[in-house]
Every structure is written in C-alpha cells, then in structure tokens.
Design a protein around this ligand. Structure first.
Ligand code: FE2
Length: 292
C-alpha cells in the first residue's frame, strides 16, 4: 500500500538542461566543464564532469602535470587518444581508447595525466565522484579497466550499451555487470549509442541522482519527451525508470547515477572534504610532503 512518505515513482523526466562552459585546466588543456562550473555547481555525489575533445594537439599537449587529490574519486573514460598516468607511489598506467580509470584518491595521491601522443584526436570525460565522510581518508585505490573488460550489450534495434559501472538488465531479464566494483555511492555509468529510431529503457534506483550527457546527435528523454542535443546535460527528476528515444537522429550519451551523500561539501581545488579545518589539514599535509 502506498503511503504519503513514498518518494516519486515512475519515469524520470528532464528536470534541468545544462550547457557546459569552455575552460582550461592542467597545463592549458581545453575542455568543457559541464558539472562543477557556473551552470551546475554539483549534483550530489557528482562534483565535476569535464568533456575533452580536440583534433588539435595544442589543445591537450600540456596535459595535467603533477597535482594532488584528496577526499573523492576521479573517473576517466577515454573515447579516443592515449593518456599516460603516473603517481607518487610508483603506479603507472596507459589509458587507451575505450578504457576507464576509476581512481579513489582517498587520503591523497599526487599524480600526472599526460598525453601519450603528439597529434590526432583526444576525446573523453573526467567525472569526480564524492566520497562519504567515513571514506575520505581511505587508502588510495585504482581500478584500471581495459576496453575489453567493459561489456557491450547489443539490442535488437541496434542499440549498444557499454556497461562501465552498475548492473544492466535487458528486456529479456539478462543481467550484465559492469567491471567497476566496491564504490561507496553505488554508481551506474553506461555509455549508450542509439541508431535513429532506437530506444533505451532501464530502471534506476529511486532517490539516486542521475544525469544524461548527450555527446553525439540528439535524443528525446522521458514520457514528456524532453529534448537534449549534443552538449546538453539533462539532470533527471526522481523516479524508477529512464527512457530515451533517438527519434530524430542517432544519439550517443552517458547515463550516470549514484546515491547522494547529503553531507557538507567544502572544496578547495583538488581537495574535497567536509569541513574547512579538513581542507587546511589537506593543504598542510600536501605542503609538508605527507601525501605518501
Ligand atoms: Fe588528477
């Protein structure tokens, strides 16, 4: 029986449409900040979403030289191009097209993310996911996921879903598990490609924050057919189901959802903590070389 305390159920609609702003970060890397900028400062637990994409080496060649992180997770999804990752604990890895790095910075890492190419296209996303207060000082952890470990689910209508995190269940009940595991906010991260006329439908936990970012073509979202075109981020209303149709053109988008933390957020550059005192501590620890 329904009670008055139940949250919204049903299909998620477009609650807000956001366009990112062009900016630069690292050593002059040009990118579009979609979450974490002026139009959408955050979407708990998501602190930042950057899209990068350029054919011109001058837009990315500077890369992201050595810099710290504490208190959250960085998720890099490469669509095209190659990026070399190194940190202060001797970890090293190469991000290749289709790969994902889910890095839990925890109490602190210092790393660099540098292009491993001098020409050609570089394209992808970096998402920042907050950590709950109890995990902010956890040991750093990497999940480096090669492209072949990301399952691709094909639908009869030509739709393709790359399951990076979370569980995909198709209409016939076949379950496909994404390779990313053990993340506090219980995230779902799908890359969905729809040919014109194809349809994507999936359940999402009610109460989880969710967004769709369209990076190719355009799509119609929800029962009210909210339109999102390339470069639009649609913040979804609450509900249990998401429904997207590529009614006018092919579409490719990421669908990301996660459990909101509802904890205080104090950000200072690459440090995201719960209090100002913890930020002061992070700056002190970094300056004193205690990020080891
Ligand atoms: Fe970083």
């Amino acid at each position: 029986m329904k009670t008055s305390t139940q949250t919204t159920v049903g299909t998620r609609e477009v609650g807000q449409l956001v366009r990112g702003q062009p900016t630069s970060d690292g050593d002059g890397v040009r990118l579009t900040r979609v979450i974490g900028g002026r139009s959408l400062s955050d979407l708990d637990p998501f602190l930042m979403l950057d899209e990068f994409g350029s054919d011109s080496a001058s837009d990315y060649i500077g890369g992201f030289p050595s810099h710290p992180h504490r208190g959250f997770e960085t998720v890099t999804y490469m669509l095209e191009g190659r990026m070399r990752h190194r940190d202060n604990q001797g970890n090293e890895g190469l991000l290749v097209p289709g790969s994902v790095q889910w890095m839990t910075a925890g109490r602190g890492i210092i790393h660099s993310e540098m292009p491993e190419q001098e020409e050609g296209r570089m394209r992808g996303f970096q998402l920042w996911v907050n950590l709950p207060a109890k995990d902010k000082m956890t040991a750093p952890r990497y999940q480096d996921i090669a492209p072949e470990r990301i399952p691709l689910v094909r639908g009869a209508d030509g739709s393709e879903v790359r399951v990076i995190a979370g569980t995909h269940t198709n209409g016939a009940g076949t379950v496909t598990q994404g390779p990313v595991e053990g993340i506090a906010t219980d995230p779902l991260y799908f890359d969905v490609a729809l040919p014109k006329g194809a349809h994507f439908e999936h359940s999402l936990p009610a109460g989880h924050s969710a967004f769709i970012y369209v990076f190719e073509g355009q799509a119609s979202i929800g029962a009210r057919a909210g339109r999102a075109v390339r470069g639009d981020l649609a913040v979804l209303t609450d509900g249990e189901q998401v429904s997207v149709v590529a009614d006018a053109a092919p579409a490719r988008f990421i669908l990301v959802a996660g459990r909101p933390l509802r904890e205080p957020v104090v950000k200072y550059g690459p440090f995201v903590m719960n209090t100002r005192a913890q930020i002061v501590q992070a700056v002190d620890d970094y300056s004193a070389g205690r990020f080891v």
